[in-house]
Design a binder for this molecule. Structure first.
Ligand code: ZN
Length: 258
């Protein structure tokens, strides 16, 4: 059983981001400020509805990173309970996410609660995949946050269903240019598996080995390994360390059949 872990908070933080682990390894993130909430990639309706109602929260928006059913499956159910909630998704994916109410593209800024999100085009896992970046507000102490769906994982990256290694290389490079303290909120708990693979490939890499040790311990205690930080990923994630798209492509192929 995976227990939910509340994000660290202090009174100076504008918001909290909490996980709802569902299915085998999906994580639905809930970004909460006051009595308002924004949900990212809800695969299911019921666990999210319950979580929000238990805390008397009002759902104001759903962010969709891409169209896969384990990311959008719960959205329509949630908007039945909270009909005013906006559904924010890629304009280029209108056909596959037809219930979207705010259609966005690369570089768009969205004001939600007291923050401003930036949309980053990271097409690779799917051809219209987007990520949402939440910078640190000047008046708050929150670390910047990235909701990256199935693009960047703890120690790994998403499979290339619709994009090429070049696309993923470009997408990861864009994410790598964000501040290194950015917290990485991925949509799946794959970190331990990814690091086991990386460690088998590079058994002498101590940074990877140490991170694997830390993550395995957390998982044994029923805790999540996420969010990670961008600096952690930059030092131990082989896909972010790849120097060329060819190198990334080879790693992806190797991991796919590992
Ligand atoms: Zn996916």
């Amino acid at each position: 059983m995976t227990k939910t872990r509340k994000a660290m908070s202090t009174s100076n933080e504008l918001y909290e981001i909490s996980p709802i682990p569902v299915l085998k390894d999906n994580i639905i993130w809930v970004w909460v400020s006051g009595q308002e909430a924004v949900v990212i990639d809800p695969s299911l309706t019921e666990p999210v509805k319950q979580w929000l109602q238990d805390r008397n929260l009002n759902l104001i928006a759903v962010l969709q990173t891409h169209h896969h059913s384990d990311h959008i499956g719960g959205t329509e159910g949630l908007t039945k309970t909270w009909p005013k909630a906006k559904v924010i998704a890629a304009k280029s994916d209108r056909e596959r996410i037809p219930f979207q109410t705010i259609s966005v593209s690369d570089g768009d800024k969205i004001s939600l609660m007291e923050s401003k999100l930036t949309v980053i085009d990271v097409a690779a896992h799917t051809k219209n995949h987007i990520a949402f970046y939440l910078p640190t507000e000047r008046r708050a102490q929150n670390q910047p946050a990235l909701f990256c769906g199935d693009t960047l994982f703890g120690g790994g990256c998403g499979r290339l269903f619709e994009g090429s290694p070049e696309d993923m290389y470009r997408a990861l490079n864009r994410l790598a240019s964000l501040p290194s303290e950015t917290r990485i909120y991925c949509a799946h708990e794959y970190t331990e598996d990814n690091l086991k693979w990386a460690s088998a490939l590079f058994p002498n890499n101590n940074q990877i080995k140490n991170r694997l040790h830390k993550v395995s311990k957390l998982r044994q205690q029923g805790k999540l390994s996420l969010p990670s930080t961008l600096s952690e990923e930059k030092s131990t994630n082989l896909f972010l360390l790849a120097k060329t798209s060819q190198e990334l492509g080879k790693l992806r192929k190797h991991k796919d059949s590992w």
